[in-house]
Design a protein around this ligand. Structure first.
Ligand code: AMP
Ligand code: GLY
Length: 431
């Protein structure tokens, strides 16, 4: 079959490398892809948010199945547009993608159906929000812009002055654009965070191996929030007992709630969870695979990804084989100096071949790279994700960092402590 993946980052590279293992796929395209993805698929310079462009390409080239990976084309309704021309796609409809597209929607869904999450209030105007902060709020408190904001629409504020400035930035200065037309103010929760990606076709829910993101730019969770500086899987805090509670109180109720609302979710549903002293609670839903969670979850998938995706689209996930290895994976993101603020692009990459690096069990996923003739240069803030897989987490960490050591470009940096928190949790469990 001729298959196209929409998107162009590290997550898409991980999806493509896995799809390449499927015997059923004869030709693989990526729209728009990136420098490194072009070694594994035919990249076509059509932006993921150019819905007309994607639909025309699919029609003109006889593409038979599409995987829509990023949030924005899903929220814009690309899967529905493809359905109109009779092409099946992996990912939720626009009606279901709202679970990520609107925080107000997702909070109200959780409240209506009793799904555990932080207490909250919704605001349409800055002065009402500031009034609430002055008279009713307890600090620290969390401000969230309603709409999509490149994963940056969350502000954690320690006091009234900070929070009032945050409300102004979101609702008046529109720092996240129209995403800030409405906002949620919610209770600050504490506890370890877990990411769980789950396949669902609206009838069956199959969680994948759990993972842990490292969102801050610097070691020891210092520095600004980023799109994610590294991940590990499985997450040691996510024990079988907690997994069972999450299935019963969060995953299945969310699937049922979306069905009842007439918004059946088909695709990969991402649960951002916090394991609070009162039990697991939802921090956020995403309507797609996480980035860089996918770069540790898919390398541990032993079953055929394409068969699972088609089973989801055809609502027969219950029959599909979804099996993960018992090993561990670590992904270390290599970023451009200055990220997540100003950074330089166009820097030549050294130490990489088309196959990545010459190390066993190390895979290099490209997030922000570009080919210039025969040269490979940087083209984004997060440039690469280097994943190591092994029997145990400590070996996986070691492999990932061995891979990182082989690669260089001007100004590159990475966190040196990816996986350390998880290792310490493992040691406490074993001890
Ligand atoms: P999000 O963009 O929704 O993933 O939020 C980014 C990060 O903000 C999360 O990974 C959490 O670390 C933190 N966060 C979001 N909501 C809360 C909350 N209610 N309490 C504490 N931390 C939160
Ligand atoms: N890693 C967090 C996300 O994909 O939103």
């Amino acid at each position: 079959m001729k298959v196209a993946v929409v998107g162009g980052g590290g997550r898409e590279h991980a999806i493509i490398k896995k799809l390449k293992q499927s015997a059923e796929i004869t030709e693989l395209f990526c729209l728009p892809g990136n420098g490194g993805i072009s070694y594994d698929a035919t990249c076509v310079p059509i932006k993921a948010t150019d819905l007309d462009g994607v639909v025309d390409f699919v029609k003109e080239n006889g593409i038979e199945y599409v995987v829509v990976a990023p949030d924005d084309p899903l929220v814009l309704g690309l899967v529905d547009r493809l359905a109109e021309i009779g092409v099946p796609a992996f990912g939720p409809s626009q009606k279901a993608a709202i679970i990520e597209g609107s925080k107000v929607f997702s909070k109200e869904l959780m409240k209506k159906y009793g799904i555990p999450t932080a207490q909250y209030a919704v605001f349409d105007s800055a002065h009402e929000a500031v009034d609430y902060l002055r008279h009713e709020a307890r600090f620290p408190i969390v401000l969230k812009a309603d709409g999509l904001a490149l994963g940056k629409g969350v502000l954690i504020c320690d006091n009234f002055v900070q929070a009032a400035a945050g409300v102004k930035a979101i609702m008046e200065d529109k720092m996240f654009g129209s995403a800030g037309n409405q906002m949620v103010i919610e209770e600050f929760l504490t506890g370890p965070e877990v990411s769980v990606l789950a396949f669902t076709d609206g009838k069956t829910m199959v969680p994948m191996v759990s993972s842990m993101d490292h969102k801050r730019a610097l070691d020891d969770d210092e520095g600004p929030n980023t799109g994610g500086m590294g991940t590990i899987a499985p997450n040691p805090y996510y024990t079988p007992e907690i997994a069972k509670i999450c299935m019963e109180t969060i995953f299945l109720p969310t699937m049922a709630a979306m069905n009842t609302e007439g918004r059946t979710f088909k695709g990969c549903l991402y649960f951002g969870l916090m394991l609070t002293p009162d039990g697991p609670k939802v921090i956020e839903y995403n309507c797609r695979f996480g980035d860089p969670e996918t770069q540790v979850v898919l390398p541990l998938l032993e079953s055929d990804l394409f068969s699972i995706m088609r089973a989801v689209t055809e609502e027969r996930l219950g029959e599909a084989e979804v099996h993960f290895s018992s090993g561990a994976a670590t992904c270390v993101v290599v970023a451009s100096g200055g990220y997540p603020q100003q950074y330089k692009t166009g820097c030549e990459m050294r130490g990489l071949t088309k196959g990545g690096v010459a190390l066993c069990d190390v895979t290099v996923y490209h997030a922000g790279t570009k080919c210039e003739g025969e040269r490979l240069v940087t083209a984004g803030g997060r440039v690469l994700g280097v994943t190591g897989t092994a029997e145990t987490l400590d070996q996986a960490i070691e492999k990932a960092y061995q891979g990182v050591k082989q690669i260089s470009f001007e100004g590159h940096f990475c966190r040196s402590d990816i996986g350390q928190k998880a290792l310490a949790a493992n040691q406490r469990k074993d001890g």
